[in-house]
Design a binder for this molecule. Sequence first.
Ligand code: FES
Length: 573
Amino acid sequence: MATNKKLRSADWFGRSDKMGFVHRSWFRTQGYPDDYFVNRPVIGICNTWSELTPCNNHLRDLAEVVKRGVIEAGGFPLEFPVTSLGETVMRPTTMLFRNLASMDVEETIRANPIDGVVLLTGCDKTTPSTIMGACSVDLPTIVVPGGPMLNGRFRGECIGSGTFNWLIKEKQGVDNYTEQDIYEVETGVARSQGHCMTMGTASSMACMAEALGLTLPGAAAIPAVDARKKQLAQMSGRRIVDMVKEDLKLSRILTREAFENAIVINSAIGGSSNFIIHLLAIAGRIGVPLTLQDFDNIGSKVPLLLNLKPSGKYLMEDFYYAGGLPVIIKEMESWLHNNAITVNGKSISANSALATCYNTDVIAPLQQPLKKEAGMAVLKGNLAEQGAIIKPSAASPHLLKHRGRAVVFESIEDYHARIDDPSLDIDEHCVIVLKGVGPVGYPGMPEVGNVDLPMKLLQKGIKDMVRISDGRMSGTAGGTVVLHVSPESSIGGTLALVQNGDIIELDVAARKLHLEISAEELAARKANWQAPAPMATRGYVKFYIDHVQQAHLGADLDVLRGGSGAEVTRDLH
Ligand code: FES
């Protein structure tokens, strides 16, 4: 329903004073005719395109298609670049810059004559960072996910981007892959534009956006190079203009029910563990109460329906041909808040009412799920007082209840230096403990939690061991990996106090992570603990480590939680 609300952009372009002249005059350098400045919703196209972010390199073209839609619907499209985060190259980790990118998005939207926003996203952090920033302004906003790459191919087989990375050490050291073998994988796995095509973090984030109601139906799974991705982009351009007229802001879509729906869907698709940290941060921005425990309470009992790598067999292209996310949403109706509204103004269930599954090997029916319980488990205990997480569906069943001797690495450098030392005292029953990879300690909480096993154990045929850290894990990886231990070791969490030879108990069914030492011994170690030197003394990184919150809160900066709205009371003259 259209409202008569004055356009926000009219405060710039609709004025008859000196500043109205200034605002319009300089925009005329781009050749816009007079009517563009009169009652046309200005649509900011927030573009994470960058040649440094290969997964997003097609978004410049996609922006042009969005513009077609905006103009058709009577809007005025203005594309702007924001900080882009290339997962495979940025050091020390893109996660260090997620919050920085969100600040860029937030301040650019607020400072400019924008009525509605289209977020063009793709690679892992480009989705949460842009949504977080947009939430803190709260204008009508629609997400256009850039889409996954086509399936990777290697000698007649489908291979998944990301997932293969974690096998390279084993393939070279155990299966005797040659340089030529690895070269053929390298060239065959990334053979089109788009983001990783496993159910890694990028695909999980696209599905999260769709499950939250922030995309047009079916958007998440369309491959980047499929013509229907452009069609969706054009339709999104048309739709955002109407959303401005309807004043359909993010806060009207992102309700507690929408967040609960996203948790259910992430479990049903076997989504990334990174989903937790990003959804917590988004909830913090829009002001919806959400806790780490909610992910266990709402999601852990949800059945797995989607047969995609890393937990399954297929890839995103197959998911799209099987019917995409609307099929999952329809199957999961009994678990969802079906009236949750989405960007097209319709409910999530209305949008998926006609969804049809074309391949039940890719998307299983609810009555015959691939796994009965697929969600994340939240662990507590003296080793993780504020919580830690594990993805039981990606873990080895025989390790879900385990007691083992700790083999401790004080940093990632310590791990790399010693893990393949033949004299390292380690066997498959041990628990690998990695410290110093949390938000403050690394800094930025990298995806190193799924550290490779020692070569001598890989060569023995060992495929999995319990690994514990305060870091994250790539959504394309698997294993019995306890992640996001909070509080982290670098601020004095119990993880910092673990020593070689300590016994650690993991009991996923009981949600327990316990360091078996006496309270007196723990207190004595704590009293002797010394905080490491800060990882930075200046610049953004200093600001980050001074303000970043722990993983159980979403690792956002404390000063960024919440929003400041869209109003700017002071003019530039
Ligand atoms: Fe960009 Fe995987 S590296 S999505």
